[in-house]
Design a protein around this ligand. Structure first.
Ligand SMILES: Nc1ncnc2c1ncn2[C@@H]1O[C@H](COP(=O)(O)OP(=O)(O)OP(=O)(O)O)[C@@H](O)[C@H]1O
Length: 582
């Protein structure tokens, strides 16, 4: 079965008893059709809008329904970014280095110190990273990801990304309106929202009226709302980037317990990155991926991780939290590595060329004399890694062979006609997003009034700059006769006269008065008290002024009559005033 096959626009239908599950006291029905898994459908032609859902089996549209995902395998995933310093290209920075593994139904944790590549791995699995710099493969149920993959999986980012002025229910309704298939009725969408509120226990704050907004919710409720925004589509795979960050210990445990119950009761694949969980959270993990500087240090069942480290001679104290132990070990190891590479560099500089060849870098120990266990290398040589490769390599091999067998024309056609799917039509999206913006505007009237005032102030300030330079139009006219005489008599070059005029006009009459004007107006409006912002404001006003003065000079140089010059200068100013381009 390919990823996009059973994603389809199949009607929700009552499932059998084995597919039912209960979360938070609610009986849930699994939302997938097992028999479709058997089909070997290849194309998933993208169509937008509810009327466009194709009826033929080989072009089912996937959005909003949840295909059954039982495994995700990732093969030598890598990610690197280009670096530059003063236009000089530096070697690429490797953020993730050949990370492989398999993730199954359950709660799968990615752990590692800050900057170890947790978010990058999560993003690559969720197909959220730019194509450049990416390498390796991610397979879902042993098949390549389809174009609609991103719309089938849920991704909860680290920070709150819901509209603060809307209530929890309104936010969930927004997600339901846009992400559920267009053929679902309003009642069905409403039912889905209610079900998510019930599952996540969000009754208390669903319609927070005190502040009429999401901002009236507690930290845990906010996080659960963010999760709810994704659960609306009942995704079989849910990714979460550090879901416990910013929560107190108790709330963090309750959020992860909720995720655990979703994974157990609803058979979902849940993948989360987490920094340093307490033990009550750690023991909920089914699988664990430990990263250090973009490489795997351990990948496998969470309950076997301690035994693996034991084999390396790294023992966790009896009452120590395993999560703390792993993190401390990795950080200590990274420190040793840095020290070791410094010592190796020193050793290299002290030795002769022939001796350099004999230096085994890995044999260099840290100054303290501690024996260093190279965690990444040890893992790559381990039994655990060998067994993993034995399991996942044939999966990738199958895909490669299937691709080889597929006629080239079909491959090209699939690439050309497959594009990302949306659950709803463009017009529907426009309507829903506009309605949300209007609500947001109405609920924060102070902001709207303030915006209008600020725009008005900027308009009048720049108009003042333009019209204030009308006087410059007489600069050359009044002294034209004098200039013509002096120039004809060889007193000076035209350029010398022109530059001296400009300099004596610009500095005393433009820059300095403008600076004074900016000092008064900038702080009166109450703009940010920051030096860079202040000078940017001054620079913009000066540039507006200088542009207006340049037009005035141009007219002044070509026109003899002052009255006509005045008329001519007004025209471009009025035009820019009307079109808002000054
Ligand atoms: N586009 C990029 N350009 C340069 N460096 C990057 C880029 N993306 C990530 N990095 C760097 O790669 C490293 C890994 O980043 P990533 O966010 O995956 O780590 P993490 O383990 O999730 O960290 P944290 O726990 O702080 O969120 C970090 O040092 C980060 O600064």
């Amino acid at each position: 079965m390919s990823e996009g096959d059973n994603v389809g626009a199949t009607e929700r239908r009552p499932s059998n008893a084995a597919e039912s599950c209960a979360v938070g006291g609610t009986v849930y029905e699994a939302d997938f059709t097992p028999e479709i898994e058997q089909e070997n459908l290849i194309t998933c032609v993208a169509k937008e809008g509810k009327g466009n859902v194709p009826k033929s089996d080989n072009s089912r549209v996937a959005v909003g329904a949840s295909p059954s995902v039982s495994s995700i395998t990732f093969h030598d995933l890598g990610y690197e970014v280009t670096q530059r310093k003063c236009f000089r290209k530096l070697p690429n920075k490797i953020i993730l280095d050949s990370v492989s593994g398999e993730i199954r139904t359950g709660l799968n944790a990615i752990m590692g110190p800050t900057g170890s590549g947790k978010t990058t791995l999560l993003d690559l699995l969720a197909d959220r990273k730019d194509k450049t710099g990416r390498s390796g493969k991610v397979l879902i149920n042993g098949q390549k990801r389809q174009a609609n993959y991103k719309t089938m999986v849920g991704y909860v980012v680290q920070d709150d990304v819901v509209m603060g002025t809307l209530s929890v229910r309104e936010n969930l309704e927004f997600s339901a309106a846009l992400r559920l298939p267009g053929h679902m009725t309003r009642a069905q969408r409403k039912e889905r929202v209610e079900r998510v509120i019930e599952t996540l226990g969000l009754y208390r704050c669903a319609d927070t009226k005190e502040r009429r907004s999401f901002e009236g919710c507690l930290g845990g409720e906010r996080k659960r709302t963010n999760i709810g925004m994704e659960l609306i589509i009942e995704p079989q795979v849910l990714f979460l980037d550090e879901p416990t960050t910013g929560l107190d210990a108790h709330t963090a445990v309750s959020v992860v317990s909720l995720l655990k119950s979703l994974s157990v009761n609803e058979k979902r694949v849940i993948v989360l990155s987490i920094h340093q969980p307490r033990y009550s959270i750690f023991k909920l993990f089914d699988s664990l991926t430990l990263l250090s500087q973009g490489s795997t240090v351990y990948h496998g069942p969470a309950h076997l991780a301690l035994a693996y480290f034991d084999k390396l001679g790294l023992h966790c104290e009896e009452h120590e939290n395993p999560a703390d132990f792993f993190l401390d070990t990795i950080i200590h190891h990274e420190k040793q590595l840095r020290q070791s590479s410094r010592e190796t560099a020193v050793a290299f500089t002290k030795t002769t060329v022939s001796e350099k060849e004999d230096i085994d870098k890995s044999a260099v120990c840290s100054e303290s004399g501690e024996k260093m266990v190279r965690l990444v290398e040890s893992y790559r040589k381990s039994e655990e890694y060998g067994e993993l490769r034995e399991r996942i390599d044939p999966v990738l091999q199958n895909v490669v062979e299937e691709k080889r067998k597929e006629p080239l024309g079909r491959q090209v056609a699939r690439k050309m006609f497959t594009r990302e799917l949306y659950a709803t039509s463009f017009l529907w999206q426009l309507l829903i997003v506009t309605m949300r913006s209007v609500k947001n505007l109405m609920r924060s009237p102070q902001l709207s009034v303030f915006q209008v005032c600020i725009i008005g102030v900027f308009f009048f300030v720049s108009t003042n700059q333009a019209f204030g330079s009308l006087g410059a139009v007489r600069l050359f006219i009044t002294q034209k006769a004098l200039f013509i005489h002096e120039n004809a008599s060889g007193y000076y070059r035209v350029s010398a006269f022109f530059i001296s005029k400009i300099a004596t006009d610009l500095i005393p009459l433009r820059f300095l008065p403008n600076l004074l004007f900016t000092v008064i107006i900038y702080f009166m409006i109450g703009l940010q008290v920051k030096a860079d912002k202040f000078f940017i404001f001054w620079l913009i006003l000066t540039l507006v002024n200088v542009s207006a003065v340049s037009i005035a000079f141009f007219i002044s140089a070509g026109v003899r009559n002052g009255e006509i010059a005045n008329l001519l200068i007004i025209l471009p100013f009025i035009f820019s005033l009307v079109s808002g381009t000054h």
